[in-house]
Write a protein that binds this ligand. Sequence first.
Ligand code: C2E
Ligand code: MG
Ligand code: MG
Ligand code: MG
Length: 280
Amino acid sequence: EAKQAGGACICHYQPEMNQKMEKRFELETMINDALLCNQFKAHFQAKIDLVSRQIIGAEALCRWHHPEKGTINPIDFIPTAEETGHIIKIGDLMLKQACQFAVECNSWTQEPFVVAVNVSPKQLFYGRFLSSLGQCLEETGCKASWIELEITESVLINDSDEIITLLETIAALGVMITIDDFGTGYSAMSYLHRFPIKCLKIDQSFVRDMRADPQKQILVTAMLAMAHGLGLKTVAEGVEYEDVADTLTELKCDIGQGYLWHRPSPAEQLLGKIRTEKAA
Ligand code: C2E
Ligand code: MG
Ligand code: MG
Ligand code: MG
């Protein structure tokens, strides 16, 4: 189509591009205001031990509570926040709320209750991440071993000494590092032994409709076998059906997370469930 339009295509696309940039700028301004007005809140989704079927941890997921637009989901603002660098501040807020939540939960549980936080590449590379993490742990009284960082494979494309050193320092503190969305990214598996990775989280696109799609089940089976062979922990995200949970349990997947058990919810709500479970 562009070829047919010839040179004119540049003029043709101009207004669209301007519109896109305006939209982005508008969102950027909104994110800035939202930070000032404290509109970003961590919701928490339970992680379930697939053997005991008890809640053993949670993942912090960012929600933007906009006074007029209601709740805005990450997919609609994280990419822009990542581009503009706002993700660094948002990430710090999530880390802080995750640490607070971990302290509360661990006062109710015997086994360590681990809270996972998603960390974006920008945050790790430019955000003075180590000092933010240290400060959050100290201010909240959270133990390093109660926090887990979920990073995507995109972080590991850059295998500079700097990033290896950073991840090793974080791991040495006792914070667990997990690969999120495993299987969807740039899976040059060699990173699994070059980086201090402790856990693989299999992407929901493989897990969700696993029972209907034998090929997906084959992939999940292979990923679990590989992870266990390497001594890594495994989490399956996007568990929506009981028989998927049962299959995962048979395949020795350690942890499940999904709508079958819990949707992401405000801290108080999940804490209530944990207290009920622990009291029972
Ligand atoms: P993710 O880290 O892979 O998180 C899992 C997503 O799957 C979450 O979407 C969660 O609500 C959803 N989910 C959980 N169980 C199920 C299920 O059974 N079925 C289905 N269909 N979905 C399920 P959410 O909260 O919209 O977050 C989307 C993505 O946004 C996250 O994917 C993560 O990459 C990013 N994100 C969220 N919060 C943060 C944050 O604080 N910082 C950064 N950097 N990224 C974040
Ligand atoms: Mg995640
Ligand atoms: Mg994921
Ligand atoms: Mg994902």
